[in-house]
Design a protein around this ligand. Structure first.
Ligand code: ADP
Length: 447
């Protein structure tokens, strides 16, 4: 069993992990940059170590500093949160080489799923339905055009190393292929140092449905249903809910079992998310995230489980504390991502929080590292909080979200809160009728 774990992250997710550790009687070590000396995760952890200057590459991404912080404090395991080093296979290898435990999957699983071509190949072989497209990388424009003909336009050119919505370009017809192919490649080269791209059928009106899976690393795995994350801006999620308003119990059981069986067969360890596009009753795999997701709390709410506690348990070699049969959905949950951004451009707005009041009451969870007088530094992600509500059904979750947003006070910086007030007025949102393009269109028409 661990006495102490180090949290290689910051912000709300660092608090999330520190809280789980504390409930398990495990000590926590925060690491921070010089810009984060006053950050909440530093205050809340049992110990903290400054690991470098503000720039992420010299602090939260600095592998030697993080390993050194473990050695100095005697932490036996590292929880990576999401982002930063959470999907860096090289980091996991180094952690293991230092006889420390990485709270997450193996380096090999991260490597396979981190490359979208090998991920898709692996999933196809495990019986997971995939988007029709190229078999692997597409090296030349001539081949891309040939594939466009075969698959049928529109198609999407995607970077195998892609992430965060970058390195993706749609070609509606052969005339657009050259531009899409060249831009996806050059964007990918610039962002990820790898210009390999592949081609998929572009689905025109899908929903983004993702399945939460969890494995014990020894061949057992379960699924915890789906989250609908279709409300996206520039391929970034802003509003997530579970269960998905368009998914039936039969569909959930079937795709859930396919996913749980797939990860069981590869002896996957810990939390993972298998992302799909869902159109006309069919699921199409797009990628797997080998970490805890930002939106994991909606799943925790409806299943009544603590996913971080479970991650720590399996990292300690303990069995999972639930079986598939134990997992029953109770009610409906919604999360909204609150960013320090100014609408309508969504321009980042770091600055000082003059007043912060978190909503509360039945079925309300606010995961945030804000406090009165806190200055949001300009160096990191603009996510400053997640408001999660849980209700008996979708309707009561929406009502509760409206109530909780009304209680929330964040003074001093602009936030995305007004967006959610407006969305709650929309009949399509109230009915749960939206796809991955709905929000972009709405923003164009309304902001
Ligand atoms: P990233 O890793 O950059 O997040 P994903 O492969 O997860 O990229 O795709 C992100 C989003 O891009 C999806 O949620 C969806 O909105 C859109 N997308 C990706 N592939 C397709 C496709 N084949 N057809 C339509 N939209 C797609």
């Amino acid at each position: 069993m661990f006495d102490k774990i180090l949290v290689a992250n910051r912000g709300e997710i660092a608090l999330r992990v520190i809280r789980a550790a504390r409930e398990m009687g495990i000590g926590s070590v925060a690491v921070h940059s010089t810009a984060d000396s006053d950050a909440m995760h530093v205050r809340m952890a049992d110990e903290s170590v400054c690991i470098g200057p503000p720039s992420s590459s010299e602090s939260y991404l600095s592998i030697p500093s993080i390993i050194a912080a473990c050695e100095v404090t005697g932490a036996q395991a590292i929880h990576p949160g999401y982002g930063f080093l959470s999907e860096n296979a090289n980091f996991v290898q180094i952690v293991e080489d230092h006889d420390l435990t990485f709270i997450g999957p193996t380096a090999e699983h991260i490597r396979v799923m981190g490359d979208k071509i090998t991920a898709k190949d692996t999933m196809k072989n495990l019986g997971v339905p995939c988007v029709p497209g190229s078999d692997g990388g597409v090296p030349t424009l001539a081949e891309a055009k040939k594939l466009g003909q075969e698959i049928g336009y529109p198609v999407i050119v995607k970077a195998t190393a892609g992430g965060g919505g970058r390195g993706m370009k749609v070609a509606k017809n052969e005339g657009e292929m050259e531009h899409a192919f060249m831009t996806a490649r050059s964007e990918s080269k610039a962002a990820f140092g790898n210009d390999e791209v592949y081609i998929e059928k572009y689905l025109t009106t899908p929903r983004h449905i993702e399945i939460q899976v969890f494995g014990d690393g020894k061949g057992k795995a379960v699924h915890l249903g789906e989250r609908d994350c279709s409300l996206q801006r520039r391929h970034q999620k802003v509003f997530e809910e579970a269960p998905g308003p368009a998914i039936s119990a039969e569909e959930r059981a079937e795709i859930g079992k396919t996913c749980a069986d797939a990860v069981a067969r590869i002896n996957y360890t810990g939390a993972g998310t298998i992302e799909f596009l869902y159109e006309n009753g069919e699921f199409y795999f797009i990628e797997m995230n080998t970490r805890l997701q930002v939106e994991h709390p909606v799943t925790e709410a409806i299943f009544g489980v603590d996913l971080v506690r479970e991650q720590i348990r399996v990292a300690e070699g303990l069995p999972m504390s639930f079986t598939q049969d134990d997992l029953r959905i109770n009610g409906h949950a919604i999360e909204v991502r609150i960013n320090a951004e100014k609408l309508p451009e969504f321009a980042p707005r770091p600055g000082k929080i003059t007043h912060f009041h978190a909503p509360g009451g039945l079925g309300v969870r606010m995961d945030s590292a804000l406090y009165d007088g806190y200055s949001i530094p300009p160096y990191y992600d603009s996510l400053i909080g997640k408001l999660i509500v849980h209700g008996r059904d979708r309707e009561s979750a929406l009502t509760r979200l409206n109530r909780a947003l009304g209680e929330l006070i964040i003074d001093g910086v602009d936030t995305t809160v007004p967006l959610f007030h407006a969305l709650l007025q929309e009949p399509d949102i109230r009915r749960g009728e939206y796809n991955i393009h709905w929000l972009e269109k709405w923003l164009e028409d309304n902001l």
